[in-house]
Design a protein around this ligand. Structure first.
Ligand SMILES: [Mn+2]
Length: 316
């Protein structure tokens, strides 16, 4: 039996379904979670479906999570977790209080979990997986579901630029656009930039450092955040600022967090940087991963580790 059919069978078996995703949500976690919710509600109108997790200001246009009140709601529920590689990062730690746990994810399966797990790193995004699941099961896809899923594919793949594009990515995208949602309206909304953000970007680029080992990095300090009136949940916007620049193979973005720790985003064109992220307590994909460090003193150690990755290449 295919995994698509297995998942369909599990969904059909439960009347109450709770969909969760990772903390500090991004477009893909919204897309896979809220898209799947909308799909289930359309194709199984009698089921109770909830999507819990923090609501993020800049993602308000993509959709709205449900209000979580009480853990008793998990009783007898099918719990589906999308776009989240490890249980520590699930946004609602009651995830194991349901009757059955299903994982749907495209990150490397470092810490497997769930009674049933569909993990496939060949997808650009968990949103593409959810779109494919709908297609394979012949589910009706509403324009509302299509918009949030398409948005998730766009954010994780840099609008069809990276993240393991395949013919399937475009087949799913074609099906989604075919529902008739307003894709140009969506692009206008998601790519709208504010002047302070652009000014901050130019200041970051001007202050960027590049090592002999072709490691580039920028540091987004609290001072800069305040100067440009940026909110902390926006500090992930700059992880590709140093992408596609000659002489940079690995680029790292250090951003201050609300709790005073530092968010570290690693990106690379072809050198695997996920082990580096794991070393610093994080994880992610081969060419895009992240971690959190305690203080700025650790920045140079992280950069030095990245230099080591590019050692061989530099010696050639
Ligand atoms: Mn993702």
């Amino acid at each position: 039996m295919t995994i698509y059919k297995q998942i369909k069978d599990v969904i059909e078996k439960y009347n109450k379904i709770i969909i969760l995703r990772h903390i500090i949500p991004d477009g893909d976690s919204y897309g896979s979670q809220l898209g799947l919710k909308e799909l289930i509600k359309t194709n199984y109108p009698n089921k109770e479906v909830y999507a819990f997790g923090e609501e993020i200001e800049y993602l308000k246009h993509a959709g709205k999570p449900d209000e979580f009140t009480d853990e008793s709601i998990f009783n007898e529920a099918l719990v589906i977790v999308t776009d989240c590689g490890n249980v520590e990062r699930i946004d609602n730690q009651n995830y194991d209080k349901g009757a059955y746990l299903l994982k749907i994810d495209h990150h490397p399966d470092a810490t497997p979990y769930g009674d049933l797990s569909w993990v496939d790193v060949t997808y650009t995004s968990a949103s593409e997986m959810v779109g494919d699941l709908a297609i394979q099961n012949n589910w009706e896809i509403t324009p509302v579901a299509a918009r949030v899923i398409y948005h998730g594919i766009c954010t994780d793949s840099g609008r069809f630029l990276f993240g393991g594009l395949s013919p399937r990515t475009f087949e799913v995208a074609a099906k989604l656009i075919g529902t008739g949602f307003d894709v140009s309206e969506m692009y206008k909304t998601m790519y709208k930039r504010s002047f302070p953000v652009i000014a901050l970007q130019s200041e970051l680029i001007a202050s960027a450092k590049v090592t002999d080992h072709k490691v580039g990095y920028v540091i987004l300090t609290d001072e800069l955040m305040k100067k440009y009136n940026l909110s902390y949940d926006e500090n992930g916007k700059f992880s590709n600022l140093l992408k596609d620049i000659e002489g940079i193979d690995i680029w790292i973005t250090f951003s201050i967090r609300e709790d005073g720790k530092w968010r570290v985003e690693f990106r690379s064109n072809n050198l695997a940087i996920n082990d580096l992220a794991v070393k610093w307590g994080g994880g992610g994909h081969k060419l895009a991963s992240g971690a959190i460090i305690d203080n700025l003193d650790q920045v140079m150690q992280v950069v030095e580790d990245a230099n080591q990755i590019n050692n061989l290449l530099n010696d050639e």
